[in-house]
Write a protein that binds this ligand. Structure first.
Ligand SMILES: [Zn+2]
Length: 396
């Protein structure tokens, strides 16, 4: 056998061995990529993330899941007709990013300051919503153990309102699709800096989805919800929303400790069939939100813990306003899902120079004070444990 043949056979054997262990899907389509790069608050972020993941050779180790846009009927499964009609009007009539005519702004539908109108808005929404439906499909069809969709994770949008940079809520679409296909014990985990209000509220009356969100909670901080007493409603939904409010400056060690304790309690009380996790990167040290002090290590530890639960897992993006650090984080988490080690030196690729001056993957924590004291943590955990144990008593 020639050297080249030996290499090809070796690669095939490695691929087969990898697949025997864990198949990791990576959601992508050119249209999805195009539209996500237009998102006003994170313009070009999708490009940085995807290019860095490719530069490390990780896409070749994943099963590529072709993202299919949601159709009109699917869009109406969550959003109201009025909201969709307004968005379609913006889509049809708005010709340039700079055209902020009054007819394209609506306070009622949340289209304005945080979520500015943009051309082709409806198309953008169908591609984003469809991307996480495609992720759910890959799990339903048992094509993957873990599916990654860094283009998704827009957790704030409501049925009839854009909110917090989110025009649509792909996570709700993802979970609805899982529910429609026989899953009725879904664990939703939200690691974004902000409370996952849009997802929680969509499933607040049901015991088929348990939502747990770890986030900054402070008077005046968006969206203003997510205290420990925010537990869900009704005979079925009460205690199926678990909220872990945290303070500025929280470190990896502190965050991971709380995360593992809460998840461990939840797992004991709730045997989930599938896990959907939003991995917003705005809790990273150096993010313009300037709140938490997390690094890649903290997020990776959380992901490793979720993987050990050994259930189908869908990983989604979300916030992340230091665009390069977001690319560093999600590339590292892709490697973590694949059980691959990455070189700390960023490989040469089309965006290489943007990573100056360090050209490294690593993110250092900042020197800020951790306001999440031990006493505060004990108090929060006591309340959270109480909520989980109440749920245990009402378990179906
Ligand atoms: Zn956020």
């Amino acid at each position: 056998m020639s050297d080249q043949m030996v290499e090809i056979v070796d690669n095939l054997i490695t691929k087969v061995c990898d697949n025997v262990n864990t198949v990791v899907g990576y959601v992508f389509s050119k249209q999805l990529y195009y539209h996500c790069n237009r998102l006003p608050k994170v313009k070009g972020r999708a490009f940085l993330v995807h290019e860095l993941i490719k530069a490390y050779g990780l896409t070749t180790k994943c099963l590529i899941i072709e993202s299919v846009a949601a159709n009109d009927l699917q869009m109406r499964c969550f959003h109201s007709e009025d909201y969709l009609n307004f968005v379609k009007h913006v889509s049809d009539k708005m010709l340039s990013d700079e055209d902020f005519s009054e007819e394209f702004i609506s306070e009622d539908f949340g289209i304005g300051y945080d979520c500015p109108p943009i051309p082709q808005l409806y198309q953008l929404m169908t591609h984003i919503a469809g991307s996480s439906i495609s992720a759910a499909d890959a799990i339903i069809q048992k094509r993957c153990d873990i599916v990654i969709n860094w283009f998704g994770g827009w957790h704030h949008s409501h049925r009839d309102e854009a909110s917090g940079y989110c025009y649509t809520n792909d996570i709700v679409f993802c979970i609805l699709h899982l529910l429609d296909n026989g899953f009725d014990k879904i664990l939703y985990v939200d690691l974004d800096l902000h409370h996952g209000d849009g997802v929680q509220n969509s499933f607040i009356h049901t015991n088929k989805v348990l939502s747990v969100s770890f986030h900054k909670y402070e008077i005046g901080f968006f969206p203003g919800t997510g205290d420990t007493n925010d537990v869900g409603f009704g005979s079925k939904g009460k205690y199926y929303s678990i909220n872990v409010p945290l303070k500025d400056g929280i470190t990896d060690e502190c965050y991971v400790n709380i995360f593992k304790k809460v998840l461990n309690k939840i797992q004991t009380a709730y045997k989930s069939q599938v896990i959907v996790c939003q991995m917003g990167a705005d809790g990273l040290a150096g993010d313009p939100m300037n709140a938490f002090n997390l690094t890649i290590d903290g997020y990776s530890e959380c992901l490793k813990y979720l993987i050990t639960i050994n259930k189908p897992l869908i990983l989604l993006g979300g916030g992340g306003y230091h665009l390069l650090n977001t690319a560093r984080l999600w590339t590292s988490l892709t490697a973590c899902a694949l059980n691959e080690q990455l070189d700390n030196d960023i490989p040469d690729h089309s965006c290489f120079l943007a990573y100056r001056p360090t050209y490294e993957l690593n993110i250092e924590p900042s020197l800020r004070h951790n306001l999440t004291s031990n006493e505060y943590i004990d108090n929060i955990l006591e309340n959270v444990y109480k909520n989980i144990s109440f749920k245990k008593r009402t378990i179906n």
